[in-house]
Write a protein that binds this ligand. Sequence first.
Ligand SMILES: N[C@H](Cc1ccc(I)cc1)C(=O)NO
Ligand SMILES: [Zn+2]
Ligand SMILES: [Zn+2]
Length: 291
Amino acid sequence: SYVIDQQAVVTPLLNQMQASNIGQTITDLSAYVNRYYQTAGGVNSSDWLKQRWTTLAAGRADITVEQFTHASWKQKSVIATIKGTDNASEVVVLGAHLDSINQAGTTEATRAPGADDDASGVASITEVLRTMVAGGYKPRRTIKFMAYAAEEVGLRGSQEIATSYANAGVNVVGVMQLDMTNYKGSVNDIYIYTDYTDSAQNTFVTNLIQTYLPTLKVGTDKCGYGCSDHASWTAKGYYASLPFEAAFNQDNPYIHTANDTFANSGNQADHSLKFARLALAYAVELGSDGA
Ligand SMILES: N[C@H](Cc1ccc(I)cc1)C(=O)NO
Ligand SMILES: [Zn+2]
Ligand SMILES: [Zn+2]
């Protein structure tokens, strides 16, 4: 049941979250020529993120950071795990994708900064991790932060991970995907996508926005296809949601080109901060439930 009852924990944490931190991570990730799943940039950015998350987790024996190796391509996914205190078998997942692509074809030297698609999502969940550690938050359920490889070439990294989890019988109680969070292309702030997602969880997400981000306007829309990694989890029977930056066809026009830069998202991460805050509220509210 999606009861919202962690205000005393969530509200102080939300106030610690900063757009500047998100912007820095977007800048760091955009500095790689590209983060394509088969190039050195794709491999090196994965190793960088693993180190970054490891640094942010310093001092927390309940947090581990690992890479998930994919047999048929070079880029590894990165997973940070906050082990739950007394209900650790139930898992909450916050996801984004690490890879980037240039629609003209991506070789070692092809520029694909992927600032919005999807450094913005990785940076948003990174700020959630940083804030939880800074605030000393310890969940009862396990919370996993996932930066997927190879989303742009068919949701392949998340498909392998979701399949592996389903085959192992991991009890993932909910997944939130953040893919493109920093380009405000539409009148509303957050758009809840209703296809390839779970409607009950989408209602919970909408209620979280009303409770914790009451000044924000919410819209809904559909992709019409499996438009990001949430679809991999839905396909395996898990409950997933996709809060997205804009209405369909009003998303960032620069994606999959050399012009998907932080500058072309306004050189600030104010829009991403809304999604980072929503993701924290989601993870704490779900993560605080006992068996
Ligand atoms: N196709 C998706 C981006 C995407 C997702 C939703 C909508 I509406 C428009 C565009 C992608 O490139 N994900 O990496
Ligand atoms: Zn994309
Ligand atoms: Zn994307």
